[in-house]
Design a protein around this ligand. Sequence first.
Ligand SMILES: [Zn+2]
Length: 304
Amino acid sequence: MTPHFDPHADFDAPVHAFSCRCPFHARRLFTGALVAGAALPVLGQTADGLREDVGKESRFTKLVPAEQVEAAAEQQYRQMVQQAAQQKALGPADHPQVVRLRTIAQRIIPFSQTWNQRAKQWRWEVNLFGSKQLNAFCMPGGKIAFFYGILSELQLTDDEVATIMGHEVAHALREHARERMGKTAATRIGAGLLSSILGLGSAGDTLLNMGGQLLTLRFSREDESEADIVGMELAARAGYDPAAGVTLWQKMMKASQGAPPEFLSTHPAGETRIRDIQSRLPRVQPIYANAPKPDRKFGPPAPK
Ligand SMILES: [Zn+2]
């Protein structure tokens, strides 16, 4: 193993934790076609997966341009990667867990475009950070991060890793960060003023000031629920068992016993979340059954 990576380094980045807000607050809104050309859901047909469970994009999303949000995210991610490298906390490309994460990402990413057309131009990245934190995220523009702690503490299976990755990628595809930023900007300076600022082309400064927000994002319950739904479907299409959402959240709940209060406070509704995942399984299992399965299996890091 390379001496330049310490998986138990204390790398810290207060970015959206995988489990930042978990109460599952189901929102059933019918959306005819989220993506141009998407087929209307047909009753009893499973090919469309869970698309009909996902709500419309928030009116706040369009307040800030996607390009700017993605650029701000890229900048933050770059900084994180650089800092981690300096602290020997950046997993090298040949680390087995980095290989594992990138293999799983490669299977999930092709299915992202049906949820967001921009995703095909994203410069996707997947990195592993040496840290005890139980954390993972995907920033706007496809910048994925996993913290070693979540892989090792929870002894995640490949299916569970795919579930987390699907959930995080779903936040990025559904542009929840952009929506949050739009909401904040609208509250602070007024939506009307914001659009005139953006119209005048000085959006760069506004967005740059808001970029820091990406590090402290808290998503709403609706966003969390949506990320669970979209994530399940992505994982199933990529050939990973969506039932892993159940074991994953059971592990999360167990880990939250005796964990720091902030972790506990972010997991208040584990049982509800698990029930919601279970109730959707019958509709994603057929997708999983028909999906080509990964030919490479990995495992979690050896327990400490
Ligand atoms: Zn989330």
